[in-house]
Write a new protein. Structure first.
Length: 457
């Protein structure tokens, strides 16, 4: 490989390394598997609400997004906190998840995303400059037949890019430590313990120890778990709230959430392991009912759900599960009644339950139920505009009523929020041909046609 070719290769290689760090900020929503669930979303929002308020973010519209991933992880992008279902299922107490959310709130409140972008830009510049210096040295060596000088050009490029990378990692470690300290502040302000946060770091330290791997602390983006524990433990234990326990009612909701995630992601054996110490607990029974439903045994599942409702008749999510069982058993009328009851009991006013209610009404098949389905789903989408499944059902309902323009527009919305932008434009153009020019629906179709997909110029 000539000096010029080698230098060009190094430019491409180091720019790719640095670009990879920035990718999640630009395309997180398009690449990560999102989970929607009324019960889990409501619980995690309840966990986050006081912490966000303490961080000064209570009125800034921060959303919590669930990611279908078994790893214990959370991160921020834009005005959203993403948290893995694996973290929710692994955490044994609400306090552990609240600590995670407090840490992520620290990143948002501290403006770390914006500064990280600037740091990435600086690292890119350093890599380019060092590589250009390497090119100069390599070209100079080639022109003078000085092989040593040409070889040193590659060394200059390598060293410069390595310094840029290490500088970026060091900056990230500093910001992680800052977010840890801010998390302690928010937990203190809200009268909550930092014990769960320390337990999370201890879990990471144990997992690292079990691998038997030697990790260079300067080659990672987070402080080492033991270092984080040492930095936080003294401060955390000084708090008068350190030994505070989660309320029993909140712990129960947490257990029910873990049962649901285990049933949907790992099956009966995983659910049983979670509750092996108390196999007759409400969480264990909930997981068993969900597993029975998922295995296609509606009669048995319905009996188990009804037993749960007898224990907690005002639990909206038990009634939601009853609706899920009945809709799968092709009983849309009773399913609609179950969803209507769930919607009435649901204090969070979840759009997901309302859309499920609309789906059951649509499955009933008659015109009156279909018109009510349009009303219910439209109301839900007014609060939850980025719900592709809702638009799919709305399109079916509008098509059944003969409102073809509205049906095409709903299909355009579905494709748009699913990330299929070319298909969205096609359906939006078709919708415009059937909608009144200048009407709100026609204008929305034009917005979809004109919209630039993320990442495109």
């Amino acid at each position: 490989m000539t000096g010029r070719t080698r230098a060009t290769f190094l430019v491409a290689a180091f720019l790719l390394v640095l670009q990879f760090v920035a990718v999640p900020f630009a395309s997180a929503q398009q690449r990560i598997p999102i989970v929607r669930d009324a019960e889990i979303e409501a619980l995690v929002r309840d966990y986050a609400r006081p912490v966000l308020r303490a961080a000064g973010l209570g009125k800034t519209g921060v959303d919590i997004v669930l990611v279908n991933d078994a790893g214990f992880n959370a991160f921020v992008a834009g005005r959203r906190i993403f948290i893995n279902t694996g973290a929710l299922m692994t955490a044994e107490t609400p306090n552990e998840i609240i600590g995670v959310l407090a840490h992520e709130a620290g990143h948002l409140a501290g403006g770390h995303q914006e500064r990280l972008r600037a740091q990435i830009a600086r690292a890119r510049t350093m890599a380019v400059v060092s590589t250009l210096l390497g090119i100069g040295a390599s070209v100079g060596g080639a022109l003078t037949d000085n092989g040593g000088l040409a070889r040193s050009g590659g060394g200059i490029a390598l060293a410069g890019a390595e310094l840029a990378r290490r500088g970026l990692l060091g900056y990230q470690r500093t910001e992680e430590s800052s977010a840890d300290r801010l998390a302690l502040t928010y937990l203190e302000r809200t009268g909550q313990s930092a014990r769960g946060m320390l337990k999370t770091f201890e879990r990471f330290a144990s997992a690292l120890a079990l691998t038997g791997s030697r990790v260079d602390p300067y080659q990672i983006s987070h402080p080492m778990p033991r270092e984080r524990i040492a930095n936080l433990k003294t401060l955390a234990e000084k708090s008068p709230h350190f030994n505070k326990q989660d309320p029993a009612s909140l712990q129960l909701r947490h257990d029910l959430m873990r049962a649901k995630i285990a049933a949907h992601t790992s099956g009966p054996a995983a659910t049983a392991r979670l509750f092996r110490a108390n196999p007759r607990s409400l969480g264990a029974l909930y997981g068993d009912a969900i597993n029975t439903h998922l295995r296609g045994r509606p009669r048995d599942a319905l009996a188990k759900v009804d037993a749960l409702i007898a224990k907690q008749p005002n639990n909206a999510y038990f009634h939601e599960l009853r609706g899920d069982v009945l809709i799968r058993a092709n009983q849309p009328g009773p399913a609609a009644k179950a969803y209507a009851r769930a919607r009435k009991l649901d204090g969070s006013k979840s759009s997901i339950i309302q859309i499920s209610y609309g789906r059951a009404l649509l499955a009933a098949g008659d015109e009156k139920s279909t018109r009510e389905a349009v009303r219910q789903i439209s109301q839900a989408l007014d609060r939850d505009r980025e719900n592709p499944d809702g638009y799919m059902l709305l399109g079916q309902a509008q098509g059944r009523l003969g409102n073809i323009g509205e049906a095409e527009l709903a299909s355009a919305e579905m494709h748009y929020y699913a990330g299929s932008y070319d298909q969205a434009r096609i359906f939006a153009a078709r919708a415009q041909q059937k909608l009144k020019r200048g009407s709100p629906a026609w204008v929305r179709a034009q917005d979809i046609i004109n919209a630039k997909p993320p990442g495109r110029k």
